[in-house]
Design a binder for this molecule. Structure first.
Ligand code: SF4
Length: 220
């Protein structure tokens, strides 16, 4: 008899149905599949509970779990979902059942082999994260109009870094740019004023789910 270990599995921290709190899809109902494991350690990470543990699940089991909810929008998140060897199998299964698929990734891994139908949210790590040196910038050269590029902003240095990268890769005219002030950190007005003063065509993003539920709560 075939064992679970012999099958194509992904390590999963949680699967839940909520509303999307970020991106241009903010406010929409969304199913989240949070994979386990991340090879970065951003200083402000709010999902460190996904670094280890988790449960091995086959693609079939994951699909069975998500079918219970009346929703066709799925976000693959983590941890770092791109580390999962069988992520392409899961993506194929999702498209086969007509799901819209988003993936949130740290952007330090090569994303060129991801199915072009996936909306990729590339989280460019600014210096405040402590991980900016690891960014794979070819991901920004290959970014598509339907993808999105996000910068988490902790302070003025992060903002200046984001502004430089946005201009260097001409991101404003090529895709959607999101500036996301660290929740409970920098005063949001400051980031907005910098953005307006510089005329950068980016969208300020507040993490909607943290205003609705307890910001420390998992699975929302
Ligand atoms: S990439 Fe995401 S999950 Fe990994 S440490 Fe950074 S914020 Fe946390």
């Amino acid at each position: 008899m075939e064992k679970l270990n012999d099958k194509k599995t992904l390590r999963i921290t949680e699967i839940f149905f909520s509303i999307q709190g970020e991106s241009t899809r903010a406010g929409l109902p969304c199913i989240f599949i949070r994979t386990t494991g991340c090879d970065l350690r951003c200083r402000w990470c709010d999902t460190a509970y996904a670094f280890s543990g988790g449960t091995k699940m086959t693609v079939e089991l994951i699909m069975a779990e998500i079918r219970q909810w009346p929703c066709k929008l799925v976000e693959l998140t983590g941890g770092e979902p791109v580390l999962q060897k069988y992520l392409p199998d899961l993506i194929s299964a999702l498209f086969a059942e007509n799901y819209q698929v988003m993936i949130e990734t740290g952007g330090h891994l090569d994303l060129s082999s991801i199915d072009e139908r996936v909306k990729i949210i590339v989280d460019v790590k600014c210096p405040g994260s402590g991980e900016s040196e690891k960014m794979c910038f070819s991901n920004l050269e290959n970014i598509l109009p339907d993808d999105e590029v996000k910068f988490v902003i902790q302070d003025r240095d992060d903002y200046d870094y984001a502004a430089k990268i946005i201009k260097k890769y001409k991101l404003e005219s090529r895709t959607t740019v999101l500036l996301s002030p660290v929740f409970g950190g920098i005063e949001y007005k400051k980031v907005v004023n910098w953005l307006l003063k510089d005329g950068i065509q980016a969208r300020i993003q507040l993490q909607l789910h943290k205003y609705i539920w307890d910001p420390q709560q998992k699975g929302v």
